[in-house]
Design a protein around this ligand. Structure first.
Ligand code: FE2
Length: 595
């Protein structure tokens, strides 16, 4: 059974899933070059169909994960809303207002939107059916999947777990901010949920706005900023959103503008955004840990699988991995609503397991290189069209490692685009990890404001040399979804990637996931003694990660980067700058360390 999964909300996208296996997944933002592009994912559908080589008749079902509120979904289906910048104030207000209004959804009515043939409830399904039929020739039936069920199936069916507690948490979707399921051998049983009115994620967004950033877009900056502040406002936040009697409670009785005003009103005149960031971060961590621990006490499970925008917060994920009794934590790599296309398709495979005569595969996700790729002739002609000279490397990985060891910045473009928010070596900017100042000058070149240092990529077999307590989140960390406390060896050798609080959010690289990237790090290790490099996403300020060779060339030039290694071809900038590096090897190397 071939399922076309769609999400048409924030960071919309499409995926092809066959009998539970993800064959292709891409988000519209990569193709239309608009961060968090919002609306019907026309280009993404074309891309995944072409990539898998499918004809319209090959699609057996179209699935759509619903978003926010069914009434508002009807409005959003208008073309006028498509492709808007999700970070715009108008859209932010629209989305959060939609969540508030979703409280009006009466229990039981939701099901009608999924199944009823009545025009009142089936309008949006029919509209999507008409778009896919008229524009793509796909005549398959359209099915809706609940927002949080889609998050949860995306988590479970990629985790490799047999039995697990599966949790979604986000700002809100379909009237809820969280669903909790116990899953035994693929059988989902919902054991709890939290209404979007009591959303912790929304409070994180309110604080993001209060601190002068954009809600729904810049929450990661707050996570980074938190390490520089003192949690002075925990009581203030606890008076608004708290945990009592086993449930999350919005005591502020406010949403969006009211939530922002409630925080501002309670803050002292002289407040620092670092302190407010530290407060919301710690408060959120505590609330989420108490919420999850409460369900674990009632439904004891050793394995935890999670998805939803709140789990883009790498520090919260670290706290969950550290809960006593948790043996494994799995964070779905496309944890935000960008992953709902995959999630809805997996949910549909689960529902149709009898027809499939099998459960969807619940194998651990191999890799997430599920997006577009380009042939060498396409790459070469893009370079020529842009007047760039290049050389072909006999071993591009060795050459990149040498350039990094010498202190150059290398932009790496290789193979298929990553699914999910992180660049994982195929669309990444690479650099030496020993230079603390890189976080200033490279961010300046890329016109970025970040408060968290760049992330490291470490070959997984050396993870124990660099990070503490890796085991519970070892698999998840292949996708840069969790922070770890760093070893002294890491702190002394890789100061460019260690945060003020002594943590880092690494990508642990397995050879079988990305042999080329693994080789680069291995060769770098041979030259420097350290099997870790800096990996930051290959994009300019507020732009999506580069997708095509043209995008890569543009960002390479705008960012004044030193080298572009695109496939086996290497382009040298007119004036590469060799950055001064202090000695890599400092402090005492752990006795167990291997290169
Ligand atoms: Fe969501």
């Amino acid at each position: 059974m071939k399922v076309l999964g769609i999400t048409d909300g924030i960071t919309c996208g499409a995926a092809i899933v066959e009998d539970g296996e993800i064959l292709a997944a891409v988000n519209e933002e990569s193709l239309v070059r608009l961060k968090m592009a919002y609306g019907f994912p026309r280009q993404a559908i074309r891309e995944v169909m072409a990539f898998v080589g499918l004809q319209p008749d090959d699609i057996d079902l179209v699935t759509v994960a619903t978003n926010n509120n069914h009434f508002f979904d009807g409005i959003r289906a208008w073309d006028g809303w498509f492709q808007r910048d999700a970070g715009s104030a108008r859209n932010t207000i629209f989305m959060l207002a939609g969540r508030a209004a979703s409280l009006a959804v009466i229990p039981g009515v939701e099901q009608l939107y999924y199944t009823s043939r009545s025009p009142i409830f089936a309008q949006r399904r029919r509209r999507i059916g008409a778009i896919v039929a008229e524009e793509f020739g796909i005549r398959a039936k359209v099915q809706f999947v609940n927002h949080h069920l889609a998050h949860c199936t995306s988590a479970y069916f990629t985790s490799g777990f047999d039995n697990a507690l599966v949790i979604s948490m986000d700002g809100g979707g379909d009237g809820d901010a969280s669903h909790i399921y116990t899953v035994e051998d693929g059988m989902f049983r919902r054991v709890g949920h939290t209404s979007a009115f009591h959303s912790v994620g929304n409070y994180y967004s309110y604080v993001t706005e209060v601190c002068g950033f954009k809600a729904q877009k810049h929450e990661g900056k707050i996570t980074g900023l938190a390490a520089a502040g003192e949690p002075k406002y925990l009581d203030l936040l606890d008076s608004l959103i708290t945990f009592s009697n086993g449930q999350l409670r919005n005591n502020g009785r406010v949403v969006f503008a009211g939530g922002i005003a409630a925080i501002e009103k309670r803050l002292p005149r002289a407040w620092r955004r670092e302190d407010l960031a530290a407060s919301i971060q710690i408060h959120c961590e505590d609330l989420v840990v108490r919420y999850v621990t409460g369900y674990l006490a009632r439904y004891p499970m050793a394995d935890l699988a999670i998805a939803g925008g709140l789990f883009a917060n790498v520090r919260i994920n670290q706290r969950l991995a550290e809960i006593p009794g948790i043996e494994r934590l799995w964070v779905h790599p496309g944890m935000s609503d960008a992953g709902l296309a995959v999630g809805s398709a997996l949910a549909t495979c689960m529902r149709n397991r009898k027809a499939l005569r099998m459960a969807p595969r619940k194998s651990v996700l191999g890799d997430v290189y599920l997006g577009p790729c380009y042939s060498e002739s396409e790459i070469a002609s893009a370079l020529s069209e842009n007047g760039l000279e290049y050389s072909r490397s006999s071993c591009v990985e060795k050459e990149i490692a040498r350039l990094l060891a010498e202190g150059y910045v290398v932009a790496r473009f290789n193979g298929r685009l990553e699914y999910g928010p992180r660049a994982l070596g195929n669309r990444s900017i690479l650099y030496h990890p020993a230079d603390r100042s890189v976080n200033d000058w490279l961010n300046r070149l890329l016109v970025r404001t970040e408060f968290m240092p760049f992330a490291p990529s470490t070959n997984i077999e050396h993870a124990g040399d660099f990070y503490l307590n890796v085991e519970p989140a070892r698999d998840s960390a292949r996708f840069m979804t969790v922070t770890f406390d760093c070893t002294d060896w890491m702190k002394s050798t890789c100061s460019g990637v260690v945060h003020l609080d002594g943590t880092a959010r690494p990508q642990l690289v397995r050879k079988e996931d990305n042999p080329s990237y693994h080789r680069i790090i291995e060769e770098f290790g041979k030259l420097t003694g350290v099997s870790t490099i800096i990996n930051t996403s290959f994009n300019m300020h507020e732009e999506p990660i580069v997708c095509s060779p043209q995008d890569a060339i543009r960002a390479f030039r705008l960012g004044h980067l030193d080298y572009l290694a695109i496939g086996d071809l290497v382009v040298k900038s007119p004036e590469p700058i060799k950055h001064e590096l202090r000695s890599m090897v400092q402090g005492r190397r752990p006795a167990t360390a291997t290169v």
